[in-house]
Design a protein around this ligand. Structure first.
Ligand code: SF4
Length: 227
C-alpha cells in the first residue's frame, strides 16, 4: 500500500484560483498595509503561495477555536452575539466590505465588545497591538457604532493570549477611511501611490514580505527618501 501524499492533499484543498479584485470594492484587512502594495494587488494580481494559504487557514482555525471559547457554557459571563459577520459600508462611490470577527456581550454590565482575533507565531514578542490591527478595529467600531474593542492575539503553538483594549476614536476611524479614499483615487486615476512602506523605518519590514518589491524598486529606485 502506498500512502497518499498528505502535504499535496492539504495544498490541493487550500488552492484557490487567482481572483481579480474589483476597483471600488475594498477590504479592511488590507488597508493597514502599504498602499502601493495594495494598489499593485489590484493592478497585477498574483496567486497566493501555498505557504501563505496555510498561514491564512491557521488564522481561520484559531478564530473558530476562540468562537467556541466564547460560546462555551464554561464561560457563562460572556455571550457571543455575532461571529464572523459580513458587513458593507458605502463611502462616496466605493464600498468597504469584509467580515468582523466577534461581537460579545459582557453580562456583568451589559456592555458590548468587538473582538478582532489575530494569530501569532510567538506571543512572547507581542507587546502592543500592531497599528494596522488597531486601524481595522477602529473602522469596525465606527461602522457598528460599538465603542469598545480589543485586539486579541493568540499564539498558534500554545494558545496563550494577550489582548489590547481600544476605545473608539472618531479621528482614527476617519484616518482609515481617508486611506481608502486615497487608494480609490489612485486606482481610478491610474496613479501609482508612493512607496509608502519604504519611507519609514517602522514599516520598512513590510517590504521583506512584499511580492511586488521588484516592481516597486524598478518604479522608484533606491534613494535617501525611499531606501
Ligand atoms: S516593496 Fe515595500 S514600499 Fe514597495 S510596494 Fe512593497 S511594501 Fe510597498
Amino acid at each position: 500500500m502506498n500512502p497518499p501524499d498528505f502535504n499535496a492533499m492539504v495544498d490541493a484543498y487550500l488552492k484557490k484560483e487567482k481572483k481579480q479584485k474589483e476597483t471600488g470594492r475594498y477590504y479592511p484587512s488590507e488597508i493597514g498595509s502599504c498602499l502601493r502594495k495594495v494598489w499593485y494587488s489590484y493592478k497585477f494580481p498574483i496567486e497566493t503561495e501555498p505557504e501563505q494559504m496555510k498561514v491564512f487557514e491557521m488564522g481561520n482555525i484559531i478564530h473558530e477555536f476562540i468562537a467556541k471559547v466564547f460560546k462555551s457554557d464554561k464561560n457563562p459571563h460572556i455571550e457571543l452575539l455575532k461571529e464572523e459577520f459580513p458587513f458593507r459600508h458605502e463611502v462616496d462611490d466605493f464600498t468597504i466590505s469584509g467580515r468582523i470577527d466577534d461581537l460579545i456581550l459582557l453580562k456583568a454590565d451589559g456592555s458590548q465588545l468587538l473582538v478582532e482575533v489575530k494569530s501569532t507565531k510567538s506571543i512572547a514578542y507581542v507587546s502592543e497591538a500592531s497599528p494596522p490591527h488597531v486601524a481595522q478595529l477602529q473602522l469596525y467600531m465606527h461602522i457598528l457604532n460599538v465603542h469598545d474593542g480589543v485586539v486579541l492575539y493568540v499564539d498558534k503553538g500554545t494558545l496563550q493570549t494577550k489582548w489590547f483594549p481600544a476605545s473608539y476614536d472618531a479621528k482614527k476611524a476617519e484616518q482609515v477611511i481617508a486611506r481608502f479614499k486615497a487608494l480609490h483615487r489612485c486606482l481610478t486615476e491610474d496613479v501609482l501611490p508612493i512607496a509608502e512602506a519604504r519611507k519609514s523605518e517602522k514599516t520598512r519590514w513590510m517590504c521583506r514580505f512584499c511580492e511586488y518589491s521588484d516592481r516597486c524598486y524598478a518604479a522608484t529606485p533606491k534613494s535617501e527618501e525611499f531606501p
